[in-house]
Design a protein around this ligand. Structure first.
Ligand code: AMP
Length: 178
């Protein structure tokens, strides 16, 4: 089973992605976390990644796509995987070569996202940076949804419901997916 989880920051997408991945025994490939790990290295690329993360900007595509390709080569991805936070723009969309079974879009209004995230307190969660990340989300990531919709694989869920409700709904919609 190959799945994608998209949604603005604060929608609960990674929480849901974690639940679905463990229920289906597939790895959750959390792009933000892979890049945060990369930022801890000591080469020039790591410095660039650190700058992007701290400004709330997307990390350059070649770095992100390479990091994902490396991750997908690992043996735990053989029976499927869940991409959490990838693709976030057109070029990344074009880098996906596998057939994706379903794309879950966890939807939430910006005000709710900002309120939730300022409570979370991660260092890239200040109000200004969050606004920038939401803007990038609306401009670059949201337009990708129509592509998945036209393939008939887009599933939209309401991120304002409780964690349990959203998880149940996703489980229901995955019933007929192998
Ligand atoms: P997230 O944990 O998904 O909110 O991502 C945190 C940060 O990681 C983002 O603000 C970006 O700087 C970076 N990031 C995550 N996913 C991607 C991606 N697919 N492409 C580029 N940058 C990304």
């Amino acid at each position: 089973m190959k799945l994608i989880f998209l949604g603005p920051q604060g929608s609960g997408k990674s929480t849901q992605a974690g639940i679905v991945a463990s229920q289906n025994n597939i790895p959750q490939i959390e792009m933000g976390q892979i890049l945060r790990d990369k930022a801890l290295e000591e080469d020039e690329e790591a410095q660039l990644v650190r700058d992007c993360l701290s400004k709330g900007e997307l990390v350059p595509n070649h770095i992100t796509i390479n990091a994902l390709d490396e991750r997908l080569k690992r043996p735990d991805c053989q029976n499927g995987y869940l991409l959490d936070g990838f693709p976030r723009n057109q070029e990344q969309l074009g880098a996906i070569k596998d057939k994706i079974d379903r794309v879950f879009y966890v939807k939430i209004p910006d005000e709710v996202a900002i309120e939730r995230l300022t409570k979370r307190g991660r260092h890239d969660d200040t109000k200004e940076i969050l606004k920038k990340r939401l803007e990038i989300y609306h401009n670059q990531t949201e337009p990708l949804l129509s592509h998945f919709k036209s393939l008939g694989i887009l599933e939209e869920v309401n991120g304002q419901n409780t964690i349990e409700e959203v998880a149940m709904e996703i489980k229901e919609r995955l019933k007929n997916v192998q």
